[in-house]
Design a protein around this ligand. Structure first.
Ligand code: NDP
Length: 297
């Protein structure tokens, strides 16, 4: 039977790892150990030391950045069994993934970059979209485990390409979110009923995932912690890095990455990504986007 290990029980990792427990023994490790113990008590996983996770056949990581993964790889590499598969679900950097894959290969292990989309809600439901970079044969060996939390699991190319696709996905989401915030800030200044405007835009060609799913909550000033603004800014930075690597020119993506950095710097460390609208509101000088605020005349 395959033993899985999951390292990094954050907003995503905690629910993702819960699905693995249905398939067999699941070892869990978290930097702050209480979280792993809580997972073990809730889902029947086994909280272990970092070193003990090296005994697993498939090791999953879901950490903020590739550098964080590198830190764990440095410690685990000498302990890994040949044939181990390391599946990194972090939204990471393609170049880092390629380097880590090489280091693992030298130790007789394999690497897949398998970043995810769908947020904590999709992770809990086991319906995440998973974009996988790596060898087909390696993916097929790990597929049953990945499918425990993934509704759509697609190989997009060799190692690093999963990270590249994820970065583009997220910068696109950021473009839509930012542009919608600018549009609504301008509408607010014109006495528009923002609730009505959102409904009509969501029935029109300017709608997006952001306008349909995020803006109804933004207009109610609901900013539940879900996906940190700092992580979105990091993802847009990766998308830009990838453009530079192929010597391309992507001014819209570059501007979005820079705007996200500025918005992040203006908010608290744990601010949700939707809170970028507060920065856009400040750019307009006054007011907040609250639904239904139209002049009755
Ligand atoms: P969180 O901030 O909720 O969790 C981060 C996790 O990583 C925690 O378990 C934290 O441990 C651990 N961690 C942080 N730094 C280190 C380190 N240096 N060494 C070891 N462990 C560390 O992040 P998310 O779960 O939201 O995001 C994880 C990844 O998934 C990111 O790459 C993100 O971009 C991506 N993602 C997030 C989505 C979301 O909606 N939240 C959606 C899709 C992808 P501790 O408990 O000790 O702090």
């Amino acid at each position: 039977m395959t033993t899985a290990a999951f390292l990094g029980l954050g907003a995503m990792g905690y629910p993702m790892a819960s699905h693995l427990t249905r398939l067999g023994e699941t070892l869990v490790w978290n930097r702050t150990p209480g979280r792993a113990e809580q997972h073990a008590a809730e889902f029947g996983s086994r909280a272990v030391t970092l070193e003990e996770t090296a005994q697993a056949d498939v090791i999953f990581t879901c950490l903020p950045t590739s550098d964080d993964v590198e830190g764990l790889l440095d410690r685990l590499l000498p302990l890994l069994k040949p044939g181990t598969i390391w599946v990194d679900c972090t939204s990471g950097r393609p170049a880092a993934g390629r380097e880590q894959a090489q280091r693992l290969q030298q130790a007789g292990a394999a690497f897949l970059d398998a970043p995810v989309s769908g947020g904590p809600t999709g992770a809990k439901a086991g319906t995440l979209a998973v974009m996988v970079g790596g060898e087909t044969e390696v993916l097929e060996r790990a597929r049953p485990l990945i499918e425990s939390f993934g509704g759509t699991v697609l190989r997009v190319g060799p190692v690093g390409t999963g990270f590249a696709v994820k970065a583009v996905n997220n910068v696109l989401m950021a473009v839509h979110l930012w542009a919608t915030a600018e549009g609504f800030a301008s509408l607010q200044q014109q006495g528009v009923d923002l609730d009505a405007a959102l409904s009509v835009i969501n029935a029109s060609s300017g709608r997006s995932f952001s306008s349909e799913n995020k803006f109804p909550k933004i207009l109610k000033r609901e900013f539940a912690p879900f996906f940190k603004l700092s992580l979105l800014a990091k993802d847009a930075g990766i998308a830009l890095e990838n453009v530079q690597e192929v010597r391309g020119s992507a001014p819209l993506l570059a501007q979005t990455a820079m705007l996200l950095r500025a918005a992040q710097a203006s908010q608290s460390e744990d601010a949700d990504h939707a809170e970028l609208v507060k920065f856009v509101e400040a750019m307009f000088g006054h007011g907040t986007l609250i639904a239904g605020e139209a002049s009755s005349s």
